[in-house]
Design a protein around this ligand. Structure first.
Ligand code: NAD
Ligand code: USQ
Length: 396
C-alpha cells in the first residue's frame, strides 16, 4: 500500500514508518520538525540522541534496503498538504502530526492557540485534501483516551446508546476533556465524523491511552534508528518520566494523591494497533472509534511498580507526592472498554517487572544526557493556585 505518515519524525511516527516500510509498503513521511523546535525553545532534549530525519532515512535504507520518502512542511499549510496528497495518492494516511502535550497547551495563551491551530486546522486541511484527491483513502487518526475525561460511568468505544424521554439513539460518547490539548482532539473527532457523514470519507479514530517504552523491533536494529524519548515536564509522559527519575535518583513525581487512573500501552502495541487498523480499513462513509490501550493503572500504582523494579536493579527510588499542577480528579471511577482492537487480533505486551527492568536498563545507557532542571512542573492549569506550595523549579 501507499501509506503517508503525518508526524513521521516523532516518538511514535518514526517507528511506525519503519514498521510499514519493513512490511514492504511504500511509505512517505510529512513532518515540520516542530517537536525538535519546541525542545530547542525550552533548552531541553530527547533522552535518546536522535539523528536528523535525513540521517535516519539513510540509515534505514542501509539497514533494510527500503526507501522512505520525506516531505518537510506543516499540515496547517493547506496548499503544501494538498500538493503532498496529490503527489503521493495514499491509500492510508496515519495522522500523528499534532502538538501532543497537555502541559504545553496550558502554558500560555500563545501555546494554547498554537496547539489548537496546529491540530484542528491541520486535520481540517487533511480532510479537504482527502476529499479532493483520494476519497477512498483510509484515515487512521491518533486521538486520545483523554477526550472522554473521567466520567462516573463506563467509557464505551466512541459511541453510547442513550434512552431519553422514551426514545433511543446511538450517539457520540459525551466528552469532558481535561486540557486544551485534549480538547483539540475532541474538535478533530467532530470534524472527522462530519467529513465521513457528509463526504463519505472513511476514518478510524484511535483513542490512544498514555504510551510508554523506548524500543521497537526496528529501532533496536541500529543506534541511528532510535526514536525520541522525552521525560521533561512538557513532553514526557508519566511512566517514561518515572523511569528516568528512578535511574537518576530523582523522587518520582506523583501529582497529588496519585489516584488518577488512565489507560496505558507499550509503544510496540501502538505499532500493532495502527497496523491492525490500516490492514482492516473502515468502510466508505464510516467513522470508527477504537479505544487503544491495553491496561489501566493509577499514577500511584505506576510509581510503586517503578520503585519495585528499580529497587531490584539497585536504585534507591523514592516516591514523592507533589502538589498537583493540573486541575483533575485525583480519585475517581474509571472503566473503559477496549475490545475492538483485541477482536482484530491485538496481542498486548503487558507491563511487568521484566519489561520495566529492560526500559530502566536502556535508560541507564543515556542517563548522562538527562537535563534535571526540566523535570519538575512549572506550568499550572490554574496559575492562580498553588504558587506558594510548588517546589522550586526553574522555568525550562
Ligand atoms: P511527537 O511530538 O513525538 O510526534 C508528533 C510529530 O508531528 C513530531 O515529529 C512533530 O514535529 C510533528 N508535527 C507536529 N505538528 C505538525 C504539523 N503541524 N505539521 C507537520 N508535522 C507536525 O508525539 P507522539 O508522542 O509521537 O504522538 C503522536 C500522536 O499520537 C499525537 O497526535 C499525539 O497526540 C497522539 N498520542 C500520543 C500519546 C503518547 O503517549 N505519546 C498518547 C495518545 C495519543
Ligand atoms: N502525572 C503525574 N506525574 C507526572 C506526570 C503526570 O502524576 O510527573 C499524572 C498527570 O497529572 C495525569 C497522568 O499522570 O493525571 C497522565 O499524565 P501524562 O502527562 O502522562 O499524560 P497526558 O497529559 O494525559 O498526555 C499523554 C500524551 C498525550 C496523550 C495522552 C493520552 O502526552 O499525547 O493524548 O497521554 S490520555 O492520557 O489517555 O489522554
Amino acid at each position: 500500500m501507499r501509506i503517508l505518515i503525518l508526524g513521521g519524525d516523532g516518538y511514535l511516527g518514526w517507528p511506525t514508518a519503519m514498521r510499514f516500510s519493513a512490511r514492504g509498503h511504500e511509505v512517505s513521511i510529512v513532518d515540520n520538525f516542530s517537536r525538535r523546535r519546541w525542545h530547542l525553545e525550552h533548552s531541553t532534549d530527547s533522552l535518546t540522541p536522535i539523528r536528523s530525519l535525513q540521517e535516519r532515512v539513510d540509515a534505514w535504507r542501509e539497514v533494510s534496503g527500503h526507501e522512505i520518502k520525506t516531505y518537510v512542511g506543516s499540515i496547517e499549510d493547506g496548499e503544501f498538504l494538498d500538493s503532498v496528497i496529490a503527489e503521493v495518492l495514499p491509500e492510508a494516511v496515519v495522522h500523528y502530526g499534532e502538538q501532543p502535550s497537555a502541559p504545553y497547551s496550558m502554558k500560555s495563551r500563545k501555546t494554547a492557540v498554537e496547539t489548537q491551530y496546529t491540530n484542528v486546522i491541520g486535520t481540517l486541511n487533511l480532510l479537504f485534501a482527502m476529499r479532493d484527491h483520494v476519497p477512498d483513502c483510509h484515515l487512521v487518526k491518533l486521538g486520545t483516551m483523554g477526550e472522554y475525561g473521567t466520567p462516573n460511568i463506563d467509557i464505551e468505544e466512541g459511541f453510547i446508546e442513550i434512552e431519553h424521554k422514551g426514545r433511543k439513539d446511538t450517539l457520540p460518547f459525551p466528552k469532558v476533556p481535561g486540557s486544551l490539548y485534549h480538547l483539540s482532539k475532541v474538535h478533530d473527532s467532530h470534524n472527522i465524523h462530519f467529513a465521513c457523514r457528509t463526504w463519505g470519507l472513511r476514518a478510524t479514530d484511535l483513542n490512544q491511552g498514555v504510551v510508554y517504552g523506548i524500543e521497537t523491533e526496528e529501532t533496536a536494529q541500529d543506534e541511528r534508528l532510535v526514536t525520541r524519548f522525552d521525560y521533561d515536564q512538557y513532553f514526557g509522559t508519566v511512566l517514561n518520566r518515572f523511569c528516568v527519575q528512578a535511574v537518576i535518583g530523582h523522587p518520582l513525581t506523583v501529582y497529588g494523591e496519585g489516584g488518577q487512573t488512565r489507560g496505558f500501552l507499550n509503544i510496540r502495541d501502538t505499532l500493532q494497533c495502527v497496523e491492525l487498523a490500516v490492514n482492516n480499513p473502515a468502510d466508505l462513509g464510516e467513522f470508527r472509534v477504537f479505544n487503544q490501550f491495553t491496561e489501566q493503572f493509577s499514577v500511584r500504582e505506576l510509581a510503586e511498580l517503578v520503585q519495585r523494579a528499580g529497587t531490584e536493579l539497585g536504585y534507591d527510588v523514592e516516591v514523592r507526592h507533589f502538589p498537583n499542577p493540573r486541575v483533575e480528579a485525583e480519585s475517581h471511577y474509571y472503566n473503559a472498554a477496549n475490545t475492538k482492537l483485541r477482536d482484530l487480533g491485538l496481542k498486548p505486551h503487558y507491563l511487568g517487572d521484566e519489561l520495566l527492568r529492560s526500559i530502566l536498563k536502556t535508560i541507564e545507557r543515556y542517563k548522562d544526557r538527562v537535563i534535571e532542571r526540566a523535570i519538575l512542573p512549572t506550568t499550572k492549569w490554574n496559575p492562580g493556585e498553588l504558587v506558594a506550595e510548588m517546589p522550586a523549579a526553574s522555568e525550562g
